[in-house]
Design a protein around this ligand. Sequence first.
Ligand code: 9Z3
Length: 385
Amino acid sequence: TLSFNLPESVPSSPTSSVFSDSSEITMSSASSRPDSTRQTSADVAERDYFNENPAPASLEKYTKQAKEFIDFHAAAGRRVVLVTSGGTTVPLERQTVRFIDNFSAGTRGATSAEYFLESGYAVIFLHRQFSLLPYSRHYSHATDCFLDFLHEGPDGSVVANEEYQSKMLKVLRQYNSAKKQNLLLTLPFTTINDYLFVLRSIAQLMRPLGPSGLLYLAAAVSDFFVPPERMVEHKIQSTNATDSQKNSAKENVESEETFDNFDSSPAVPRSKRLIVDLDPVPKFLKNLVDGWAPEGMIVSFKLETDPEILVHKAQYSLDRYQHHLVIGNLLSTRKWEVVFVAPGQSDKWIRVPRRRKTIVGKENIPDGGEESDRPLNPNDLPEGE
Ligand code: 9Z3
């Protein structure tokens, strides 16, 4: 991923609090924020983004559901975690036929959510629609169809196949127990815009939880998007078949033959290519840490493909946003190793044997995983999936 650096005018600490909605500015730390009316570039970027982009239709409904959920668990003294999971899309058209996607099946988020539930957290699972969900993930996207786990019983009932019964029963019990205790709230998103609006809203709702509120940001978030003023309404056309309705035939011939002077591939006229022009998505982790949930525990993930830059990028993210933990992972090895980068600590690689696919934390280590201060060479990995 590429990243754009937005200028920052004021240093911040994890406990400082400048909430940057256009309607309200609050300050919790007079020493770190000497001028309560001063807006940082992050504040301005937030105000502009949320003013210029439309709120998703479901925002109000999800906010209400999240508020009820948080209030319910706060009253019971339970810790709450917001787990984000799956990839955000960037639509190219308002009536969207084409979109750019970020890679993520949702395995990290869905698996982590199960571990959080097991550890006594209530979980808000903000996920890409149709990506993996806690518990159902064991069956929903299996290489076999879920029907392959079942057969018809003698009395016409549906029965799990013998070899899957014990695991399925265990998963079913965990799922039902979470449901019965209202411990899992699943909220879907599709676009980067849906994600950002709902993330901000839930993070702000979690603020009163203080450090018992954990934000665990595993979703794969787009770095670039098409701003509303440049987004076309209808499907982008690949031929000019409809142009004749609008323009003269002569103009069409001319536009087809247009080449750029600086064109690196003049075999294809510019008029026939799709040139996508994206703006950087503002780096809202800054706003989240400083303003939306300044007392919360914040864990972010850093995804890279180049092993040479992973730790540096994770460290950079931690230095820049001043939160509690960055978990770095490489696309090719993400299921077996991650690096924990935390303030004041040396980098710690955590890995599990390749056959175990649920790297989440230290729980895995006694089972054959290990910790070290260096990355695994991806070439050392055994063959397989
Ligand atoms: C991750 O790095 C996740 O671990 C994965 C999980 C997306 C790799 P899967 O869902 O994959 O198990 O298939 N998530 C964070 C990715 C991200 O967009 N991070 C931002 C960045 O790298 C920072 S918030 O710039």
